[in-house]
Design a protein around this ligand. Structure first.
Ligand SMILES: Cc1ncc(COP(=O)(O)O)c(C=O)c1O
Length: 379
């Protein structure tokens, strides 16, 4: 099935009523027909029919064999990091979501896991940092917020040669534009809160595995069952509804983003624009090879920190808010919001400073977005 058809129909099967919209099963527990018998559903933490449909749909969209729908993107990242053992070494992109750095440095490093940050857009550099105990490489591509592109196929090869796994946070592109598992990655994680939801009304996360007959899958089954981080049935249903328009939304957002990136470049108050859809972006060629679209995340620098803050205060249509991926355009100030707790040395290395703004482009009329940013930049 093509992506649009899969997004609309998912793994929907019709029940006896013929309901087109997937029914929501709220029941926390299930009646057994008799001793030793089960309908396939026993208790809601372990399995729920609505959540099952969502998990099957997202697994198919990502070309994976097993998916868990979870209560947040951080729940997904927590689980995958938790699946490693004390003494394991994990390499991570040095430019990535601040919450991932926080959970690694402030929580799991206390339990004996070793984390090291490296520029994963440089394959040779990553190879040099592999150690005998390296068990995982965790990347974001495009990375948050500097939009660096890492080579998924090459890093999957490198990981496998060294008995490690490649984990890709695919939040910024969604499976509509990028399918890391088909390129060789072992695990995809998502903040479902972003493009998969698309309307800023669900906090959700996903883990998708390429293979289900693996010790990693068994470990995650155990962790999910024991820790109970699952998505609620209501949110699972709302997410299924969101997915129906995933392709339409992200295509339109990417169209707007390319036009906005070109426009931003022409503005005297803007000194740098980071958008992977611009042909002179250093990762452009690789991006066109490994993805079918460029997404709608743009970062840009303005002439001074004072101007960056003033722009945020003057916005009328675009909202000054954290998060991304929704149909509503948002402008974020990473240094004070999403990346506020990042170690200073990491920020200095990646170039994330107080002049950088991150723009999640929505589906509004282009002229309105331009008019709003124009008045915000000019004061
Ligand atoms: C790339 C990325 N991954 C993971 C997360 C965490 O997701 P959530 O906020 O749904 O827990 C975020 C949140 O902003 C993100 O941007």
């Amino acid at each position: 099935m093509g992506d649009y058809s899969l997004e609309v129909h998912g793994c929907h099967t019709y029940d006896s009523t013929g309901a087109i919209s997937q029914p929501i099963y709220l029941s926390a527990t299930y009646r057994h027909p008799g001793f030793g018998q089960s309908t396939g559903y026993d208790y809601g933490r372990v399995a729920n029919p609505t959540r099952d449909k969502l998990e099957q749909t997202v697994a198919e969209l990502e070309r994976g064999q097993r998916c868990w729908a979870l209560s947040s993107g951080m729940a997904a990242i927590n689980l995958i990091i938790h699946s490693f053992s004390p003494g394991d070494h994990i390499l991570l992109s040095e430019d990535l979501y601040g919450g991932t750095v926080r959970i690694a440095n402030d929580i799991y490093s206390l339990y004996g896991l070793e984390f090291e940050y490296v520029d994963t857009s440089d394959n040779e550099l990553v190879a040099k940092h592999i150690r005998p105990n390296t068990k995982g490489i965790f990347i974001e591509t495009p990375s948050n917020p500097m939009m660096l592109i890492s080579d998924i196929a090459a890093l999957a090869n490198l990981a496998h040669k060294n008995n490690a796994i490649l984990i890709v946070d695919n939040t910024f592109l969604s499976p509509h534009f990028q399918k890391p598992l088909a390129l060789g990655a072992d695990v995809v994680v998502h903040s479902g809160t972003k493009y998969l939801c698309g309307h800023n009304d669900i906090i959700a996360g996903f883990i998708i595995l390429k293979d289900k007959d693996t010790p990693l899958c068994q470990k995650l089954e155990l962790l999910v069952k024991s820790e109970g981080p699952n998505l609620s049935p209501m949110d699972a249903w709302l997410m299924l509804r969101s997915l129906k328009t995933l392709g339409l939304r992200v295509e339109r957002q990417a169209e707007n983003a390319l036009a906005m990136a070109k426009w931003l470049r022409e503005q005297p108050q803007v000194t740098e624009v980071f958008y992977v859809g611009l042909p002179d972006h250093p990762g452009y060629a690789l991006q066109q090879k490994q993805a079918t679209g460029n997404g709608s995340m743009i970062s840009f620098k303005v002439t001074s920190p004072e101007l960056a803050k003033a722009v945020l205060g003057r916005l009328k249509l675009i909202a000054f808010a954290e998060s991304l991926g929704g149909v509503e355009s948002l402008l974020t100030y990473p240094i004070a919001q999403t990346h506020a707790e990042m170690p200073k040395e990491m920020l200095a290395k990646t170039g994330l400073d107080d002049k950088l703004l991150r723009f999640s482009v929505g589906i509004e009329d282009l002229e309105d977005l331009i008019a709003d940013l124009k008045q915000a930049l000019n004061g």
